[in-house]
Design a protein around this ligand. Structure first.
Ligand code: DQA
Length: 156
């Protein structure tokens, strides 16, 4: 099972940017958490971070036919990008939206999520742990759909 974790603009600045909101853990700490989660759950986790909207769209398109599930924190593009929403809809890969901070308790412009409209679930305000929860959710979801496929294949 292959899961792609996509992070949008300024997530590479974790630990430096607004620690009162995003915490003191660095982006490298997040990468380490993703590796640990992959090992613990027995899934393959690939990661991609970009500050550029089109590069994120390209990566989502690339995932088609190669990736089983997507975890995405589109960061500021959450609140603006119809292009990322359309890319997620285009590939139809089960996706989970993650926000490190609790966007609901912040500025009103953060209450809108375009990408979230194409996601099965949104996890917000759980810090970096939200990524672990998202991967575990996808593993569970995809594991069940895999079981169903196996069952119908043997019952014929
Ligand atoms: C964020 C929340 C967004 O509103 C913000 O623009 C970010 C990070 C989060 O993880 O809490 O860059 O997605």
């Amino acid at each position: 099972m292959k899961i792609l974790v996509i992070n949008g603009p300024n997530i590479n600045m974790l630990g430096i940017r607004e620690p009162g909101i995003y915490g003191s853990h660095s982006f490298d700490d997040l990468l380490a958490l993703l590796q640990d989660t992959a090992r613990e759950l027995g899934v393959e986790v690939l990661q991609f971070q970009s500050n550029h909207e089109g590069d994120i769209v390209d990566k989502i398109q690339w995932a088609h036919g190669k990736i089983d599930g997507i975890v995405i924190n589109p960061a500021a593009y959450t609140h603006t990008s119809v292009a990322i929403l359309d890319a997620l809809k285009a590939v139809s890969i089960p996706a989970v939206e993650v926000h490190i901070s609790d966007v609901d308790s912040r500025e009103s412009f953060r209450q809108i999520s375009y990408a979230g409209l194409a996601c099965r679930k949104t996890i917000k305000g759980h810090g970096l742990e939200g990524y672990r929860e998202a991967i575990a959710y996808l593993k569970n979801l995809l594991g069940h759909s895999q079981e169903k496929t196996d069952f119908s294949a043997t019952s014929d």
